[in-house]
Ligand binder design. Structure first.
Ligand SMILES: Cc1cc2nc3c(=O)[nH]c(=O)nc-3n(C[C@H](O)[C@H](O)[C@H](O)COP(=O)(O)OP(=O)(O)OC[C@H]3O[C@@H](n4cnc5c(N)ncnc54)[C@H](O)[C@@H]3O)c2cc1C
Length: 421
């Protein structure tokens, strides 16, 4: 393997894949370093599907279009109610391998950065470690797409930790063996006023989504079932704080669950491994109760089983870089315009809370933009970030973190780097 790259991207997740693909397509020698044995980050390890729908006027969408095309060719994607982000998380792993190979990205799985060569305000290279072997690689630019700013931490960067606020974490799972026809028939009748339930046949398969949460005082159809299950000790009260399910493309007997949200007395600090470990154990117990609840209360679940539990805890927000521009919720709410935007979006400010009635889903302006400067470290001239570790305040990040925006950030930062060459 060559030892000099134009750009090294660390973290082969949502934003990192977009950055690597775009950089390589632009002719940059590109290395993608991932600690796991597959790409996709939260989409694959965290089972976070589907991607949210975003604004019609999005920019930097070439990567997501390429991913959709690749997945569709493998029967791993559908467009559901105008949203093309319904992905099969397992096939995503293969689609991303293929895209990176086509773009000629060098990938190192199972590898971490253990050292940095820093001179003045530049990071000139990284020491990588894999299976006890260390290798030093030079690079002109570094992109930290680890979600938690792991490289920026090694580089002793400044962060926006002033607020020390987190959102709840979730441990997602999937169930197989579900009779979706029976479940859908029952659900459409049970949630007659369609507060949250949607259903549509796409490519011959029934697709649906539904939800229940104690957050808002909505007349949730599923509420009496959850309350009954708590009264009978089938569920714990905390299990009913958030429940959401989606079908998965071309998996005609499977459902993906956006739950349980896991918490203790306070929000879990996702950077504290002891708290994360306890959350994983607690989350897996909650999954057992939720799967049992589905079997007891939902038609179509007689032969159902837990088919997959995420191997990554779903972290919504942790460390964020202190960038050359700190994007604020006021910028977002006013739709402030910038000279070099990397994304346009209209996704609302989405703050989960474990306290009943305290979650926030606030639609703001028609469209807002994020400037490239929010992806540049203020401490180094050639260190960039992409993804949920963006330089944005707590409320702005709560709108920016969705997958379409992470894709655009990765693509936008790579295009910027390509122009520096
Ligand atoms: C529970 C939950 C539900 C969500 N629901 C939705 C939804 O329905 N739709 C939507 O669009 N968005 C949703 N989101 C938001 C969205 O999925 C994430 O914000 C987004 O995927 C984050 O992308 P990222 O690239 O920043 O991080 P990730 O996708 O997590 O990528 C980070 C990558 O870096 C790797 N990595 C980390 N450290 C290192 C290291 N030291 N060395 C090498 N590699 C490393 C990781 O293994 C991973 O592959 C949800 C998030 C959560 C937590």
């Amino acid at each position: 393997m060559q030892k000099n790259y134009d750009v090294i991207i660390i973290g082969g997740g949502t934003a990192g894949c977009a950055a690597a693909f775009t950089a390589a397509k632009a002719g940059l020698k590109t290395l993608l370093v991932e600690k796991n044995i597959h790409l996709g980050g939260l989409i694959t390890s965290g089972l976070v599907v589907p991607a949210m729908n975003s604004s019609q006027n999005q920019i930097n969408t070439s990567f997501s279009e390429a991913l959709i095309k690749e997945l569709r060719s493998m029967k791993g994607q559908i467009t559901y109610l105008t949203n093309p982000g319904w992905f099969n998380p397992e096939l995503c792993k293969v689609a991303l391998d293929r895209l990176m190979q086509k773009a000629k990205v060098d990938i190192l799985f199972n590898t971490r950065v253990v050292g940095l060569n820093i001179l003045n305000k530049r990071i000139n290279g990284v020491t990588l470690s894999s299976n006890m072997l260390s290798v030093y690689i030079c690079a002109k630019c570094i992109v930290d797409a680890t979600g938690d700013c792991e490289i920026a931490t090694l580089a002793n960067c400044n962060f926006l930790q002033n607020e020390k606020r987190f959102q709840p974490v979730s441990l997602r799972f999937m169930m197989g063996g579900v009779d979706l026809q029976a479940f859908s028939d029952w659900l459409l009748d049970f949630d007659k006023d369609r507060n949250v339930t949607t259903s549509q046949v796409v490519d011959g398969q029934i697709h649906l989504s539904t939800a229940y949460t104690w957050d808002k005082h909505t007349n949730w159809a599923l509420k009496p079932l959850f309350e009954d299950a708590v009264a009978k000790k089938i569920l714990k009260n905390e299990d009913r704080n958030y429940f959401q399910i989606f079908t998965i493309p071309y998996m005609p007997d499977s459902l993906a669950f956006n739950c349980p949200r896991v918490y203790f007395a306070n929000e879990i600090d996702p950077l504290d491994n002891l708290q994360v470990s306890k959350a994983l154990i607690k989350g897996r117990e909650s999954i057992i109760r939720l799967a049992n609840f589905c079997k007891i209360y939902f038609p179509g679940f007689d032969n159902s089983y837990i088919s997959n539990i995420a191997d990554a805890l779903g972290v919504r927000v942790s460390r964020r870089i202190r960038g050359k521009y700190i994007y604020t919720v006021d910028d977002l709410k006013s739709g402030k315009k910038f000279d070099n935007p990397v994304l346009f979006s209209n996704y609302p400010i989405d703050v989960h809370s474990n306290k009943e009635g305290e979650s926030l889903l606030e639609q703001t302006v028609q469209e807002y933009q994020l400037p490239i400067e929010s992806l540049m470290s203020e401490d180094y001239d050639n260190l960039f970030v992409a993804g949920r570790c963006v330089s944005a305040d707590f409320y702005a990040q709560a709108a920016l973190r969705i997958q379409p925006s992470c894709f655009s950030m990765g693509e936008g930062v790579a295009k910027y780097i390509a122009e520096l060459k």
